[in-house]
Structures are given as structure tokens and as C-alpha cells.
Design a protein around this ligand. Structure first.
Ligand code: URA
Length: 243
């Protein structure tokens, strides 16, 4: 529902209504990237992106769904005393209210969702609803058809046999030292992809999550984030059995 911009700013705790009006008329407020300096403007706090002096205004009670392209070297837990860098630093303006949906290892790159929708997180990470997640792994050695078959059918890890997965060889280097494999799994066990590939004899050298339930990075640079589209959110909710 649309509301007056100054009211939205005041409700978000940016400043008093009066001071918010001053910020607007001074041209210090943008809505979806454009300066709005007239007081009559109305915005939709649930979908418009409002910034004051370049800082995102976090709207209380609004649900945020963010797709981050995580670089290697960032920890995906919120609080970790030992972490040098956490993904929260990459979504700085938003970080107060968000948590990650599942985790990526510190050395894994690629897509991770952050949200303040606890219900969706719970459902998406519940074993009965785990959505497909696709990884591209650069591994040592030549991945054979037999290795792919084992990955697809399930490999025996110390915490049990893995569920059926999709596995595809993307390339093998001419000298046979490396292969690149694409793997889609529907589980979320700790270091699962690394352990699956190790179990069939291939140490992972680089791991990138490229898709979450069909959601892709597109042209999102490494280290950057974007809001999920309404369509993507709808799909995820359906996948999680939430409507
Ligand atoms: N599997 C892994 O081994 N690591 C990740 O970060 C994600 C899946």
C-alpha cells in the first residue's frame, strides 16, 4: 500500500516527520535510484527501495529476500567469533534483520539467500523440502562415467548414503589434471559436495554454488547482492510448501 514518503521515513526511524521532510526537499532521498525532492510523493514501503544519503532505509515488518553472490573467504554464519569476514559485511545496510538460508563453507563461492522471513527459512532448510542446489566444482583428476553414476545414485558418507543427485561432466583439462563437474543436490549436509566428490576420488579445488532452485546469479557480480524478484520469491515459497 502506498504511503507518503516522509511518513515512511519517520516510521522507519530515520528522523522525525519534520526532519524527514527536510531531507526530502534537500534532495537527499532516493526512491528506486531516483531523487525524490517533492513532499507529495507516495511510495510502496513493501517494494520500493528508499535510500537516505545513499544508505538503504530498512522498513520495519517488511520481508526482505536477498540473493548474495558470496566470494570465497567470507563466513556465512551471523555470529562467529573466529570469522575474519562474514557475509553480513556484504549486505551492510540490511544486515541487522537478516539471516542466511542454510550455509556455504567459508571457501565456497556463489549464491546464498538472506532473509528475515524465519518461516520460509525453516521450511526451506527442512529435510523434507530441501530445494535443488546446483554447484560447479573444479576437482583434481579425470571424472569418469562410473564416478558420475555413483554421484547420481548416492555415495556412502559417514553420515549415510546421499540422496539421488544430478551430475554432469562439464570439462576435463587436456593434461587430465582437472575436471569440472556440475552437481545438483537436494540435501544440505555439512560440506556435502566436497565429501561426495572426495568419496569418488576427487579433491575439490574450487566450489561455486550457481543455482538455488533455478535462481541464478545472472550478471550479479561476486560480492554484490540483489533483491529476489516477486516471481523468484513465489517459486521458493511454493517449493517450501508455504503460500
Ligand atoms: N557442499 C559443500 O561441500 N560446501 C558448501 O559450501 C556447500 C555444499
Amino acid at each position: 500500500m502506498e504511503e507518503r514518503l516522509q511518513k515512511v521515513l519517520a516510521a522507519a526511524g530515520v528522523a522525525s516527520r519534520r526532519k524527514s521532510e527536510e531531507l526530502i526537499t534537500a534532495g537527499r532521498v532516493t526512491v528506486n535510484g531516483k531523487i525524490v525532492n517533492t513532499l507529495g510523493a507516495r511510495v510502496d514501503p513493501d517494494s520500493d527501495e528508499i535510500k537516505v544519503e545513499g544508505r538503504l532505509v530498512v522498513i520495519p515488518h517488511r520481508k526482505y529476500y536477498i540473493l548474495l553472490n558470496k566470494p570465497a573467504g567470507y563466513t556465512s554464519t551471523r555470529f562467529d567469533r573466529f570469522a575474519k569476514k562474514t557475509v553480513m559485511e556484504l549486505v551492510a545496510d540490511m544486515s541487522a534483520s537478516l539471516h542466511t538460508v542454510g550455509r556455504l563453507d567459508v571457501d565456497t563461492e556463489g549464491l546464498i539467500i538472506l532473509t528475515n522471513d524465519g518461516d520460509l527459512t525453516y521450511k526451506l532448510t527442512h529435510p523434507s523440502h530441501e530445494v535443488g542446489k546446483t554447484y560447479v566444482a573444479t576437482v583434481r583428476g579425470v571424472v569418469t562415467d562410473e564416478d558420475l553414476k555413483r554421484l547420481r545414485e548416492g555415495v556412502d558418507l559417514e553420515d549415510g548414503v546421499t540422496a539421488p543427485a544430478e551430475a554432469k561432466l562439464l570439462e576435463t583439462s587436456a593434461d587430465g589434471r582437472r575436471s569440472v563437474v556440475e552437481l545438483t543436490i537436494h540435501e544440505g549436509r555439512k560440506r556435502q559436495v566436497r565429501r561426495m566428490l572426495a568419496a569418488v576420488g576427487h579433491k575439490v579445488e574450487r566450489l561455486v554454488r550457481t543455482k538455488i532452485d533455478g535462481i541464478e546469479a545472472g550478471d550479479l557480480p561476486v560480492g554484490a547482492w540483489r533483491h529476489l524478484t516477486a516471481e523468484e520469491i513465489k517459486r521458493l515459497k511454493e517449493a517450501a510448501g508455504q503460500n
